[in-house]
Design a protein around this ligand. Structure first.
Ligand SMILES: Cc1cc2nc3c(=O)[nH]c(=O)nc-3n(C[C@H](O)[C@H](O)[C@H](O)COP(=O)(O)OP(=O)(O)OC[C@H]3O[C@@H](n4cnc5c(N)ncnc54)[C@H](O)[C@@H]3O)c2cc1C
Length: 398
C-alpha cells in the first residue's frame, strides 16, 4: 500500500491562503475528467518539481462527452474512443485508479477503497452523475445516450428502428452540454436518411428552454431552421417527467406517444460529494472567479459545481486552468492571475459532417449570457477534430 501524501505546507491565513513552502506542494485532484486532466497538466507545466499531484478516478479511461454520439450512431467503437489513464505520462502527476468513498473538506482528505490521501490543496472535479430512477419508466421503457454503456446499447437498437416516433427528451435540469439533444436529433435524422427509413419516422425534441441554445439567438435560429428543413418537431419549455404506457408524459401532463425514447436523464452530484457536506441545492457552490469553495484550500471545478456556466467540458477545462494558474502564481510568489470569466466555445453537430460553433459568455453581463454563432463549414468541422486531438496529446502524450 502507498503511503499517504504528506502535507508539505502549513495553512497560514484565510481561505485558500496557503503559503506554499520550498518543498513540493501536494495537490489532490478528485476526478480525471475534462477539469481534472487539464488541472494536472497545467500544474505540471507551471510548477515542475515544485508540485506533487495525485489524480484519482475510479475509471480506467477518459471518454469525451461528444464521443458518445459517435458510439451511438456507430461511427466509432467504444474501444476507439477510450483514452486510457495508464497512458498519462505527465511529470509529477501520479494517477490512482480508485473509488473515492469519502471526502473531508475540512481536513482536506479523501478516502478511497484503497487508501487515504491528505494534501495541501484539494480540487473536486467529480462531474455529474445520472439518476435514472428519478424518471419513472426511463430505465425500463427508454434509452439514454449520456453514458458509454447507454450509447453502446443504442448503437444496437437504432438499426432495428425503422418506423414510428422517436423522441429525444430532457428529463431534468441542469443537464450536460445543452446543444446535445439537438445534435442527437440531427444525427438521428442523418442516420435514418442514410438507411432510407426517414420518411416513416417522426422525430421530436423535448427541451426545457424556449429556444435550443438560449444565450445565442443566432445559434437557436440556425438550429430551428435546420429542424424545420429536416422535419424535426421542437417541443419547447418542457421536461419529460415519466414514461408510461408507450408515452412520454411531460411536466404539463401532455402525453407524447413514442416508439423510441432517447433520454437525457436527471443529473446529480456523485453520492460521495453529497455526503461530504459540500453541496447546497444539489451542487457545490464556489466563488465564481476563483472556484474556491467555503473550505480553505478546497476548490471545485466543472459539472460538480453551481458556478453559473453550463455543464460542459470546455467550461470545466477553463475553470481548471484558473485554479491551476492561481496555485502556480502563489507558489512562485507572483500576483494573482485573472479569474474565471465564464466564457467557452462549443461545437454543435448539424448532421452530414457539418459542425457549427457557438462562443458563449456567461459572466460579462450578469444574468444575461450572450453567444455568437459560426455556421457549419469544413473549417469548423476541422476545428472540432483539432480540439479533441490537442486535448488527447496534451493530457495523454503523443
Ligand atoms: C452526449 C454528450 C455530448 C457532450 N458534448 C460536449 C461538447 O461537445 N463539448 C463540451 O465541452 N462538453 C460536452 N459534453 C459535456 C462534457 O462531457 C462534460 O460537461 C465534462 O466531461 C465535465 O467535465 P468534469 O471534469 O466536470 O467531469 P467529468 O468529465 O464527468 O469527470 C468526472 C470524473 O469523476 C470520476 N468520478 C466520479 N465519482 C467518482 C468516485 N466516487 N471515485 C472516483 N472517481 C469518480 C468519473 O469517473 C469521471 O471520470 C457532452 C456530454 C455528453 C453526455
Amino acid at each position: 500500500m502507498e503511503p499517504r501524501i504528506q502535507r508539505t505546507a502549513a495553512l497560514r491565513g484565510g481561505a485558500g491562503a496557503h503559503i506554499l513552502g520550498p518543498m513540493a506542494t501536494s495537490v489532490l485532484v478528485l476526478g480525471a475528467g475534462f477539469g481534472g486532466l487539464e488541472l494536472c497538466t497545467r500544474l505540471s507545466e507551471g510548477l515542475g518539481d515544485q508540485v506533487h499531484v495525485t489524480l484519482i478516478d475510479r475509471a480506467d479511461a477518459f471518454v469525451f462527452g461528444f464521443s458518445k454520439l459517435d458510439v451511438m450512431f456507430g461511427k466509432r467503437t467504444p474501444e476507439a474512443v477510450r483514452l486510457r489513464y495508464a497512458d498519462i505520462t505527465t511529470p509529477h502527476v501520479r494517477f490512482r485508479q480508485e473509488t473515492i468513498t469519502a471526502i473531508d473538506p475540512v481536513a482536506r482528505r479523501a478516502t478511497t477503497n484503497v487508501d487515504t490521501y491528505d494534501a495541501d490543496v484539494v480540487v473536486v472535479a467529480l462531474g455529474a452523475e445520472f439518476d435514472m430512477a428519478a424518471t419513472p419508466g426511463l430505465a425500463e421503457a427508454g434509452n439514454e445516450f449520456y453514458t458509454v454503456p447507454g450509447a453502446e446499447s443504442l448503437r444496437d437498437v437504432l438499426p432495428t428502428f425503422t418506423s414510428g416516433t422517436a423522441i429525444v427528451g430532457v428529463c431534468g435540469t441542469p443537464f450536460k452540454c445543452p446543444p446535445a439533444p439537438s445534435e442527437a436529433a440531427f444525427l438521428l435524422d442523418e442516420f435514418l436518411r442514410e438507411r432510407g427509413t426517414r420518411d416513416s419516422v417522426e422525430i421530436k425534441v423535448v427541451i426545457p428552454f424556449g429556444t435550443p441554445v438560449p444565450p445565442s439567438p443566432e445559434t437557436s435560429a440556425a438550429i430551428l431552421a435546420r429542424f424545420a428543413e429536416r422535419g424535426i418537431e421542437f417541443v419547447r419549455d418542457r421536461l419529460v417527467s415519466k414514461l408510461e404506457g408507450g408515452a412520454a408524459v411531460l411536466d404539463d401532463g401532455t402525453r407524447l406517444s413514442y416508439d423510441l425514447f432517447l433520454g437525457i436523464p436527471v443529473h446529480r452530484v456523485p453520492a460521495v460529494v453529497e455526503a461530504s457536506g459540500m453541496t447546497e441545492k444539489g451542487w457545490i457552490p464556489v466563488e465564481p472567479t476563483t472556484l474556491a469553495t467555503r473550505f480553505p484550500g478546497v476548490y471545485a471545478v466543472g459539472d460538480v459545481t453551481s458556478v453559473g456556466t453550463p455543464k460542459a467540458g470546455v467550461f470545466a477545462e477553463r475553470a481548471a486552468r484558473v485554479v491551476a494558474d492561481q496555485l502556480i502564481a502563489r507558489v512562485r510568489g507572483e500576483s494573482e492571475p485573472l479569474g474565471y470569466d465564464g466564457t467557452g466555445s462549443c461545437y454543435i453537430e448539424f448532421g452530414d459532417d457539418g459542425v457549427a460553433r457557438v462562443d458563449v459568455d456567461f459572466f460579462s453581463t450578469p444574468g444575461h449570457p450572450t453567444g455568437t454563432f459560426t455556421a457549419p463549414s469544413p473549417q469548423t468541422t476541422a476545428e472540432k477534430l483539432a480540439f479533441s486531438a490537442t486535448r488527447r496529446g496534451r493530457w495523454f502524450g503523443p
